[in-house]
Design a protein around this ligand. Structure first.
Ligand SMILES: [Zn+2]
Ligand SMILES: [Zn+2]
Length: 313
């Protein structure tokens, strides 16, 4: 790892339960790989409740140098949250890693949103809760999302996906938060909604971009960033993405893991679970495809992600 580089995993789900058993080790590995900042994308109120505690621990406690004050965040809450606390705190106490993280300045940010898969469970109350959370935690909540349309798996009915996508766009605009978009197989409907609700001031990223060339230029025309995952490294599945990744203006690309999903090659052959440390493989592949130096591209991508999420580090 080249220590001049700092990487930003622009989209992950490190609140996933698959990390409960080795969370601090996983974070240490990501730091060793140069990952100094991680965005945890929100999916449901439950995942966000856990993510915000992780982010608060990393951004506040570690910087204050008190490795036990994390407890305060967990007290007198629901039994589920208490369970999460116990799991995290057990891991937390067993390792020397957290104190090292204090000086390492690793940053974790979150977004609030309802994933299109879960659109059928969304409500005005949930949107109001998200707004409150964002207003109360401006140093941690840096985006709205995931929101968008996913007509591939159809976990929620189409009309509800569309309804809550529109409502979440309005909420994000109200709070002036950048938006993390999730789109899969929406047959142009997603782009159509974005075009009809265009807002000049709105920033956003189409994460895990998997659309057509025409759609990609549609997103770029609206001013959005394109999020590239480890799919780029996969021989068959990444073919079109590798072609399109060449065409994105440099200042509009960000990289992500979408961990624990979409493990990039060569880690794919070794472990099923993806993690932020592996974002370096996306970086290397992208540099190779675009014919640019890894270090130069890393700096561009870091700046792009900070600019997308209005973060200065
Ligand atoms: Zn997604
Ligand atoms: Zn995601």
């Amino acid at each position: 790892m080249n220590f001049n580089m700092r990487l930003f995993d622009s989209h992950s789900h490190i609140d996933d339960k698959s990390y409960d058993c080795d969370f601090d080790e996983m974070m240490q590995r990501s730091f060793n790989a140069g990952v100094e900042a991680i965005m945890v994308a929100g999916v449901t109120p439950e995942t966000i409740a856990k993510a915000i505690k992780i982010a608060q621990r990393y951004n506040n406690d570690y910087q204050q140098g008190d490795k036990h004050s994390g407890c305060d965040y967990y007290c007198s809450e629901t039994p589920e949250q208490d369970q999460v606390h116990k799991r995290l705190h057990c891991n937390f106490s067993q390792t020397e890693t957290p104190e090292e993280n204090h000086t390492q300045q690793q940053h974790v940010f979150i977004s609030v949103g309802m994933h299109p898969h879960d659109a059928q469970y969304c409500s005005d109350d949930i949107i109001d809760d998200y707004k409150l959370l964002a207003r109360q935690n401006p140093s941690v909540v840096k985006a709205w999302g995931e929101t968008g349309l996913d007509f591939n798996r159809m976990h929620s009915p189409r009309d509800l996906q569309e309804k809550w996508f529109v409502r979440q766009l309005e909420a994000a605009d109200e709070l002036s938060l950048p938006v993390i978009f999730h789109e899969r197989d929406s047959d142009g409907k997603f782009l159509q909604i974005l075009e009809s609700m265009n807002h000049r001031e709105r920033k956003g990223v189409v994460h895990c971009f998997s659309g057509t060339k025409q759609e990609m230029f549609g997103y770029l025309d609206l001013g959005y960033y394109i999020g590239i995952t480890g799919i780029l490294t996969v021989q068959q599945r990444g073919m079109l993405l590798r072609e399109l990744a060449l065409l994105i203006p440099e200042e509009r690309i960000v990289i992500e893991t979408d961990a624990p999903y979409l493990t990039p090659v060569p880690m794919k052959n070794k472990t099923r679970r993806n993690e932020p440390a592996f974002v370096e493989h996306v970086l290397h592949k992208l540099a190779q495809i675009r014919g640019v130096k890894v270090e130069t591209l890393a700096e561009v991508l870091w700046n792009n992600t900070c600019s997308l999420y209005n973060i200065s580090l």
